[in-house]
Design a protein around this ligand. Structure first.
Ligand code: AHR
Length: 552
């Protein structure tokens, strides 16, 4: 499960005189160039046509499937109602977990789910969420609306959920208000054999076999809601927790071992650069056990400024352009923190784990304060595609990411309302991108053109390409321009296509959304792709995401 996360990353082949080998976003005077255009042999495209060049013979880094991870926090209706309805609910469920949501998530092949927070994690005490449900204490959720937390969805329920959707568990442990002993005992409870008292207790609670825990987050935003710590203070906590919080599951020895993720930067301020430097410098120093940290987290939301005030529906092109400009900052942040990591870890052994990303808008009117309920429009579909493309371009360093959040919160995959469920435009993009999970990047070069609105100019088109294990070549294309279609002519090198099929997602307006009443306003439809030898042509609709399968 974790072998690819751990692997020594494959390097992209070196730069030759004529080609840039792997997509690299440059933004020069308003003209975005992804990679460098080959000097030959691409024929000049007709005026107005965007020429893409895909070199299938030059494999790059693997696009780790863990980049498609999700985040599910005890926040608003993310867990209670979104996942958990309880075994007595009239909503069809399996052991309290709703069947409709499980079926929808299974189709996404979600590789890992981060839980229980977020800010919630640093106030979560696992003991309150195990044992007979009726005996569990009712606590508060001070971070998110101050509502009551029934603790009916706890450790076993979460692990049942990830099992039902076929995913891996990414636990975030309480460093802020917990103790190393509490966290160590949680892991012992989860993973020790039944010869121990904690293992016996787990068995008595219904799970004799040790659990498999894929990932362990040591704290969350420890510079803020996770304890307002300085980098130095957090570092000392990281050393202690990583030393004592052990996984005893013998079946996870070796390549499948539990990977530890340390708190890294959030956003792009000077504190964040210093924080990254402090942790990475210490990692290089090897002052304690070498395996204390396999990944360093980065949190970055698409927001123009906090408190989030942009509307998630009922906005115009101005807000569309401004939010897309904000989302593209992800690329610069990864570059910035990647460069600090490179100083201490040039072999890229430590992954940059973007375990909170996504759009953050004003809460929908009439919803409970602190529940972070927002709509999800075709703009969010474009945001999802642009960010996944950025991660894929940095696949040698970025080997895991978790969109915030899975259900009913922030940039969600799914909305629920009682027995009703609707899939968001972001869900559809994640589904369309499934073939990119664990596929191998191949270089794609093009001049993106520009989309201008007012003072904002953005690259008009974006693209990534990858080859899967069966030899199919996949091309993902985004047309950011909300009004003008983009004509694309793709030339393939090192690949002879026999057939090409695709799906495209677009919508009538920049703020088109899916609702319970009209669930398919933003849903994928077949794309028209024409093949002529090694040349593919297609038209990208305005504000669209398209994924094409090109079969040999
Ligand atoms: O995703 C919502 C919150 O955003 C998380 O709890 C926190 O880690 C971040 O600030």
């Amino acid at each position: 499960m974790n072998a690819s996360f751990l692997r020594r990353p494959q390097r992209s082949p070196g730069r030759g005189p004529f080609y840039t080998t792997i997509a690299l976003a440059l933004f020069v005077g308003g003209l975005a160039i992804v990679g460098a255009s080959p000097q030959a042999p691409t024929p000049a495209p007709a005026p107005g046509v965007i020429a893409l060049s895909v070199d299938a013979g030059k494999p790059g880094a693997k696009i780790d499937r863990q980049l498609f991870g999700q985040f599910a926090e005890h926040l608003g209706k993310g867990i209670y109602e979104g996942i958990w309805v309880g075994p007595g609910s009239p909503i069809p469920n399996t052991r309290g977990i709703r069947n409709d949501v499980v079926a929808a998530l299974k189709a996404l092949k979600v590789p890992n789910v981060r839980w229980p927070g977020g800010c919630f994690a640093d106030e979560y005490h696992w003991r309150k969420g195990v044992g007979p449900a009726a005996a569990r204490p009712v606590t508060l959720n001070p971070n998110w609306g101050g509502v009551t937390e029934p603790n009916t969805f706890g450790t076993h329920e979460f692990l049942d959920f990830v099992d039902q959707i076929g995913s891996a568990a990414y636990l975030s442990i309480n460093v802020g208000s917990g103790t190393p002993q509490e966290a160590a005992e949680w892991l012992e409870y989860l993973t020790a054999p039944t010869t121990t008292t904690l293992g016996k207790e787990r068995a008595a609670n219904g799970h004799p076999e040790p659990y498999t825990i894929g990932y362990l987050g040591i704290g969350n935003e420890s510079w803020d809601c996770g304890g307002n710590m300085s980098a130095e203070y957090y570092l000392s906590q990281l050393r202690v927790y990583s030393r004592f919080v052990r996984n005893f599951n013998q079946a996870q020895r070796g390549a499948g071992r539990m990977l530890k993720i340390a708190v890294g930067p959030g956003g792009g301020g000077p504190r964040d650069a210093d924080w990254t430097d402090t942790i990475m410098k210490s990692w290089k120093g090897r002052q304690w056990s070498w395996d204390h940290m396999d990944g360093l987290s980065l949190h970055n939301y698409t927001v123009v400024r906090f408190p989030a005030s942009y509307k998630s529906v009922g906005f115009g092109e101005k807000e569309y352009a401004e939010i897309l400009q904000a989302t593209l900052e992800m690329d610069g942040l990864i570059g910035k923190y990647g460069a600090i990591m490179d100083k201490y870890d040039p072999d890229k052994k430590v992954a940059l784990v973007v375990d909170e990303w996504g759009s953050w808008y004003a809460q929908l009117p009439g919803t409970t304060p602190g529940f972070l309920a927002q709509q999800n429009s075709v703009r969010d579909a474009v945001i999802a595609a642009l960010n996944i493309n950025i991660f894929a371009r940095h696949a040698d360093r970025v080997r895991m990411a978790n969109i915030a959040q899975m259900i009913n919160v922030l940039q969600a995959m799914i909305f629920t309302d009682g027995p009703k469920m609707v899939l968001t435009p972001t869900y559809h993009v994640f589904k369309m991108y499934v073939p990119f999970q664990d596929a191998t990047s191949v270089p794609v070069s093009f001049e993106a053109g520009r989309y201008t609105h007012g003072s904002i100019t953005l690259p008009r088109v974006d693209a990534i390409a990858a080859k899967d294990a069966s030899g199919t070549l996949w091309l993902a294309l985004t047309n950011v321009d909300p009004t003008t279609p983009a004509e694309i002519a793709t030339t393939l090198t090192g690949f002879t296509p026999k057939s090409a099929t695709g799906e495209t997602l677009t919508a009538p307006a920049v703020d088109s959304v899916n609702t319970f009443e009209a669930p398919n306003t933003v849903a994928p439809k077949p794309a028209v792709v024409k093949i002529d030898g090694t040349r593919l042509t297609m038209t990208l609709a305005p504000k669209s995401v398209t994924v094409v399968a090109i079969r040999p």
